[in-house]
Each structure stands twice: as C-alpha cells, then as structure tokens.
Design a protein around this ligand. Structure first.
Ligand SMILES: [Zn+2]
Length: 505
C-alpha cells in the first residue's frame, strides 16, 4: 500500500482564440467540476468520465492511500494568464509539501497548455513538481489525445499516458491506466526507458477521429505494440497524441511516446508507430465541403436509405471556440428547400426568449442567429418561424460522450421554416447527444439531413445512425483548413496540412 499525491490542471489552449483563461475560469464549474482541493477532491468526480476519476477509483481499489493536491480545469480558450498559472502552480506545490511523505505523484493534465509567459505550461509544471519531489519519486501524468507533447514534459515525468479515443470516451479509463502503470513501478520493475517522436505534419481536428480511418487502425496497432518483446526488451505503455493544431508554438503537432524495459525496445516501438503514422499522411486529408455543396449533395441523396446525412458545422463548434450561432448551413438548408432537415443547437437567447413568449403554435418574426460575430460577414436570418415546441432546456444526456450528465440549455425552442427545423437554446453547447434534439420532439434517426454544431464528438451518438457524414467549412472561428491560420512560430518544415507545404520553407 502506497501513498500517492493526486492533482490535475487541465487547459486546451488555442493561441488564435479571442479570450484568455484567468483564475476565475479555473475556479468555477463548467461542464466539469469547479476547482477542487482537500478531501473533497477525492469524491468530487465519482462516476464521471474524467481521468482523475478513473485514477482515484483504480488506485483506491488497489489499496493505496491518496493525498489530494489541487485539481482544476477551464474551457478551451486562448492563453492561460500568468496570474492563473502561477497561483495554481503555487497551490499545487504547497499541497505537495503539505502532504509529504509520499511514494508517487499522479497528475491529470491536458498537454496543450500555453500561458502568457510559457509555451509549455505542462513542461514547466512537471519540472517544478519534479524539483520538489526529487529524482527518485515516480511522477506519472495522463494526457488528452490533443496534447502537444514537448521533450521537457517527457523528460520530467516517469510516464505520460494518453487517451486513445476521439470522441474521448476513455478519459476515466486513461486515468486507470496511469494507476496501473504506477503499480508496475511499485512492483519493482526497472525504471523504464523512454522514446519520443514528433511527426512532420499537423492533423486537422475533424480528421483525428478514432472511429474512422486512418486513426482507427493506428490505435489498434498501438495497442498491439504494448507488451511485445522487441529485441531483448518488453514494450510498456505506448501513446500517440494527435495534437491540438491551433497552437502557434514550436512543439505543436502529433507525438509518439513509448516506454520499454530497454532503450532499444522503446526506440524500436516509437519508430514502428511513427513510421505507420507517417505512411498514413495522405489518408488524414479530408474533404471539406462548402455549405452550398454539402446541402445540395444531401438533398440529392436525401431518400437514399435510413438515417440522416449529417453535416458537421465544425468551424462554429462551441467545444473549440465557436459560439454556435453562425448561420451559413441553415441559410443554405432554407434556400435550397431541404426536406426533413434539422439543425442543432443554435445559440440565440434573444430569439429563444421571443419565440417562447409567443408560445407553441405561434408564428413569429425573428432575426435568428449571427449575433456574436463568429462569422463577421453574416447577418441574422430575418424571417417568420413557426414555434413548434418550447422547453426549459433541462434534460438528461444519454449518449456515450455526455453520458448521463444533466444538460441545462436554458429556455429552448424548436422552430420550423418550411421543411427545416432549428433547435435554438439560450446557452452554448456542442451538439453531441441526440437528447439535445429529442427533448424538443425531433427524432434525429428519422431526419433526412441533420446539421450539428460539432467537429467530432457528435460521432459518438450520431455516427451509428448517420448514413454519411460531411465535414462542412462554413464561416466560423474554428478554422478547419489549417493552411489558413496565421502561424508564425511552428518548427521549420512541418506541414500544416497533411501532404501540404512545409512551414517557413
Ligand atoms: Zn481533446
């Protein structure tokens, strides 16, 4: 039975996004709990799909005693403020000092944190923790699949263990794998050798999905590498982080990390996986449809079988910096007369309020969407809408991504204009669960066309019912074609799109 200090500090930084994450953003609850410290940290996550929950559960079952440090997260945004980073890092270090002695440290990190003063937030945090605990105490961290891993992070930690799914349905499981890795260290196995490879190209978010190729077979291959003997060494944990591309730092991009009993085995495992990822580059190039083209295609194929053709409005995804209120796809659906079509979820509290006041069955004139400037050239859709349903926006999510969480979208209305329906909510939310439509009476499986404000997470619940998925490049702040981002500081030669041109070369 060991004593393990447990903490976490999660942020996914988009250096091109408009607003920063300050201390308050970490202190408050959002789709994840508020900042936790003290004994409450050990019970706040029970049953949730977050890494720290899986770690606590597994380590407790293994009989270890856990010492809470501090855990916090903020929604993806631009840089973490220097103040927030320094305050939280100081809390972490103070708690670490207060909980000594201990046998190991586990941290629940994202791996793509950039602060106002540091390109490598996690590398700095791990280095400070390492300096406090000394070279011999095991330090293990779990990482998001979107981590932009740096050599410093790898050097400071005994192991970094990444998610293997996008949609991230294995967050808790990854925490449990970190606990299992610590147990292998406690079992007295030799300290493992490490190898790391940075890949030569960035992968757009929508192409990173592990439910589709090529990521699907790459992760299957990765799982098979673990436990293999390569030469005279056994391969331990292997991770492939696909990276978070909208980050203008030298270490942006995909990474392979491998651990093994011997240096040679770790290097061989990293080389094998990196070679396979390199070979998959052409298959990571995904077609981006214009809204006009996607809607025309979907209408032409609307009666071709069961389930909707799903249009992913990725550039306005609220999980990646969008506000969920651009109207590029909606405008095309209406203009082209799409049949049995719906869009979820448009963020427009003003229109939702007006329509709710008019009541079910009423016809209301609205200026719908395009109010927050996510697509500066767009204007709201001015038209008469039928109010089909009014709800309080309170319901239970049932799909594998939001899985069991209570959603609270505020006053929500279902509007109809000809064959097109729109779910309009008073709070922003990525459309990744069928109940987001169903609670207004729309059955997504019966639609011919479904447009969602999401990049990839929608595939967890809507993927199985979809006849086809089209990724649409409709105006919005989450740029899908990375060659359109104004990068300045990537490492020389890296291709900003698969098979694209090298940066700065
Ligand atoms: Zn992620």
């Amino acid at each position: 039975m060991m004593r393990i200090a447990v903490g976490g500090f999660q942020h996914e930084t988009n250096t091109f996004a408009p607003s920063k994450a300050d201390y308050a953003a970490f202190a408050q609850a959002d789709s994840w709990p508020a900042l936790q410290s003290g004994a409450g940290l050990l019970t706040a996550f029970t049953g949730m799909n977050v890494p720290v929950a899986g770690f606590i559960d597994a380590a407790t079952k293994a009989g270890h005693t856990l010492m809470p440090l501090v855990w916090c997260s903020a929604t993806p945004s631009a840089h973490v403020t220097e103040d927030a980073f320094e305050r939280i890092a100081a809390m972490m270090l103070d708690a670490l000092e207060g909980s000594a002695p201990f046998d190991a440290v586990y941290l629940d990190l994202h791996g793509a944190m950039v602060t106002e003063h540091l390109d490598d937030g996690e590398g700095e945090l791990l280095a400070r923790v390492r300096a406090a605990i000394g070279p011999d105490v095991p330090l293990v961290a779990s990482l998001d699949l979107h981590a932009n891993v740096t050599p410093r992070m790898v050097a400071q930690a005994d192991a970094l263990i990444g998610y293997r799914t996008y949609p991230h349905v294995d967050m808790a499981e990854t925490g449990a794998r970190a606990a299992a890795h610590l147990d292998s260290i406690f079992a007295g196995l030799p300290r493992q050798a490490k190898a790391m490879r940075k890949l030569d190209y960035l992968i757009p978010l929508t192409a990173q999905c592990t439910l589709i190729e090529p990521a699907q077979h790459l992760y299957a291959h990765l799982a098979k590498l673990e436990g293999q003997m390569l030469g005279n060494g056994r391969v331990g944990s292997v991770s492939f982080t696909t990276g978070f591309p909208p980050v203008d730092i030298a270490d942006c991009g995909p990474t392979v990390i491998a651990y093994a009993d011997t240096e040679a085995a770790a290097e061989a495992a990293a080389d094998a996986l990196a070679a396979e990822i390199a070979a998959a580059e052409p298959r990571f190039r995904e077609k981006l449809w214009s809204a006009r083209e996607a809607v025309a295609y979907a209408i032409a194929n609307a009666d071709g079988g069961h389930g909707p053709i799903v249009l992913a409005d990725t550039q306005d995804n609220p999980g990646a910096g969008g506000n969920g209120d651009t109207i590029g796809i909606l405008t095309e659906l209406i203009a082209q007369g799409a049949p049995r079509a719906a869009l979820g979820v448009l963020y427009d509290p003003e229109s939702a309020g007006t329509a709710a006041q008019a009541g079910e069955g009423a016809q209301v004139r609205l200026a719908l969407g395009a109010k927050t400037g996510g697509a500066p050239d767009e204007k709201p859709i001015e038209a008469e809408f039928e109010v089909v349903r009014v709800t309080d926006g309170e319901f239970l999510a049932t799909g594998p991504f939001y899985g069991g969480s209570r959603m609270s979208l505020g006053v929500t209305v279902r509007l109809r204009i000809r064959g097109v329906e729109v779910v309009v909510a008073s709070r922003k939310a990525q459309c990744a669960d069928r109940e987001m439509l169903r609670h207004t009476g729309i059955e997504p499986a019966n639609l011919a066309i479904l447009a969602v404000k999401s990049s990839v997470h929608f595939r967890a619940d809507f993927g199985p019912m979809a006849r086809e998925v089209l990724v649409v490049e409709s105006p919005g702040p989450n740029i899908a074609d990375l060659s359109k981002l104004p990068y300045k500081r990537l490492r020389k030669g890296i291709r900003v799109m698969p098979m694209g041109e090298g940066f700065g070369g």
